[in-house]
Design a protein around this ligand. Structure first.
Ligand SMILES: Nc1ncnc2c1ncn2[C@@H]1O[C@H](COP(=O)(O)OP(=O)(O)OP(=O)(O)O)[C@@H](O)[C@H]1O
Ligand SMILES: [Mg+2]
Length: 203
């Protein structure tokens, strides 16, 4: 649990609402949370979806593991505690974007169910859409792809606490969507995602 140190703080309301901003942008802010093993395709899918949404006139923004760890979360490592804080902060940042009316594409291994559920709860309590997308591939496929050469390093013992090797990945129990990226093409994945966003009234 996060220790709350801020006391005597009061929320200051504005005169422009989330609904006003959604109306301005002609879309509904929402978080798409891509979770899955390293190499499952989270970033690849998010990049392709971002491009497709932009072409259709929709504003979205990608939050991506390493990018965030190079900035706001550069003081966090990969222990369970730091991973939890990493995800908590990203959840709060996602919420700020959703409140702005933006469609957030968050791509993080986020291996622990409890941490993802905490981000979902944060969205729920603010009445914001949280869509968990499980990018699913067998470990063998992810390891075969190894786009960053990380599995090789983890197998050689050069990286500790690597998800799937010496750290667990807890698959979502009831994600809004599962993408089997070893069975679908990238174009098919984008089509599934666009249809889902339409069905949910986000675009
Ligand atoms: N259908 C597919 N969907 C997504 N990626 C695919 C697909 N088929 C093959 N790939 C390849 O799989 C790799 C996925 O790598 P990517 O960096 O997107 O994974 P990631 O889940 O973001 O990993 P990490 O957690 O390390 O950031 C890429 O090299 C991509 O080209
Ligand atoms: Mg990635």
């Amino acid at each position: 649990m996060t220790e709350v140190k801020a006391t005597n703080v009061h929320w200051h309301d504005g005169e422009v609402s989330r609904e006003d901003r959604n109306a301005l942008l002609k879309q509904k802010g929402a978080t798409l949370w891509f979770t899955g093993l390293s190499g499952s395709g989270k970033s690849t899918v998010a990049v392709a979806l971002e491009k497709a949404l932009m072409q259709q006139g929709h504003l979205c923004y990608r939050l991506d593991g390493d990018n965030i760890r190079m900035g706001i979360n550069k003081n966090l490592g990969f222990s369970a505690e730091d991973r939890a804080e990493n995800i908590r902060r990203i959840g709060e940042v996602s919420k700020l974007f959703v409140d702005t009316g933006v469609i957030v594409l968050s791509s993080f291994v986020s291996p622990y169910r409890e941490d993802r559920d905490a981000v979902r709860a944060l969205h729920d309590e603010s009445d914001m859409a949280f869509i968990e997308v499980y990018v699913n591939v067998p470990l063998e496929v992810a390891e075969e792809r190894d786009p960053k050469g990380l599995y090789k390093k983890a197998r050689a013992g050069e990286i500790k606490n690597f998800t799937g090797i010496d750290d667990p990945y807890e698959a979502p129990e009831s994600p809004e969507l599962v993408l089997n990226s070893h069975e679908l093409s990238l174009d098919e994945e984008v089509e599934v995602l666009l249809n889902m966003l339409k069905e949910r009234g986000i675009i």
